[in-house]
Ligand binder design. Sequence first.
Ligand code: NAD
Length: 353
Amino acid sequence: MKHRVGLVGAGGIAEWGHLPGIRDCPDLELVALCDIDPGALKAKGDKFNVAPEYRFSDYNDLINCDIVDAVDITTPNDVHFEIAMAVAKASKPYALEKPVTMNADQSAQLLSATGNLASMVCFSYRFKAAVRFARDIVSKGQLGVIHHVNTQYFQAWGGHENKAPLLWRFQKDRAGSGALGDLGCHAIDLVRFILNKEYLSVCAHNGTFTKKRNLLNGEGTGTVDVDDFSNFLVEIEDDISGSFQITRYAYGRNNYQRIEIYGSKGALVYKLDEEPGVDSVEVCIGDAMRESFTFAKLPTPGKHKSDQMQSFADILNGKGDGLAATIKDGHKNQVMVDAVLKSADECKWIVLQ
Ligand SMILES: NC(=O)c1ccc[n+]([C@@H]2O[C@H](COP(=O)([O-])OP(=O)(O)OC[C@H]3O[C@@H](n4cnc5c(N)ncnc54)[C@H](O)[C@@H]3O)[C@@H](O)[C@H]2O)c1
């Protein structure tokens, strides 16, 4: 069945991710668009052929529009909660960008309001074939008992040389947190997804290198009150010890991810963007590789290929593969993000409830 989608938040990720994804999915049709910025609404409405009468500035009008079956929410973080709650109250399914909300109180309310409605949280890296391959290798026990997982998610664009202005991403009341909520929440989700294990506790160090940035209107500077980097140690169930390094200040890195997993019978390294845009898995498994300290890249089987918006359509059609994140995963993620912030603020380990 083809589902008619209304999208709220016609900005960057909508333009280069969601809207082309909906357009290219045979089971979805973009029928309505909403943005508070008239310029963005017109530009994306024209580009993706949305009829002028279905272009809205108020998300309630889009949600309550009869021709909208499902809603895709791609606004900044501060309005995810109110929009997703309105969608859930209208009993419509939704896809929601990450981080799901501003805090775990909100995500718990959203989880409860969603009930049995279909939902997808856009932890997009779950759709990387190498990530699914890594999960498969771990789930088959090929690494034995897992002891360590070390994770890096590095970008460079926050660095001084790039002179990024005071975007909403640098403001706590709009973003919730900085590199942590932007990049770290993906990394937190990826490790949980690949290992299929839950976090138990966390100890974090967050920091901000650039405390003032130019205002967008060019008139002076404003204060950055979110983290530029977030480093944390984690305890994961089944005695797994992990570490995370998350930063927007990694010179030379575009969208670099690396997850190393060390077990009793093997080791695995998932990488993204070491070669531009490429996701891959390397392993060291078996005595010969262990004794020669060798890792080898494995070809990723084609069966692990997937697509985010097709997955949303599959969920709506009741034939999801169960691998996309739902609001339940989004809430667990938010609990962890809150714990990282609390740990960094209070300089102590935080046990997750
Ligand atoms: N999954 C990923 O890999 C990924 C990548 C980038 C961004 N994101 C997430 O996507 C979201 C949007 O990020 P972005 O980079 O596209 O931001 P953006 O600033 O480029 O776009 C956001 C758009 O939402 C609009 N908007 C703001 N408030 C609104 C409201 N109340 N109603 C309707 N429209 C509203 C803005 O006018 C803007 O056009 C964020 O939550 C971000 O974390 C996810």
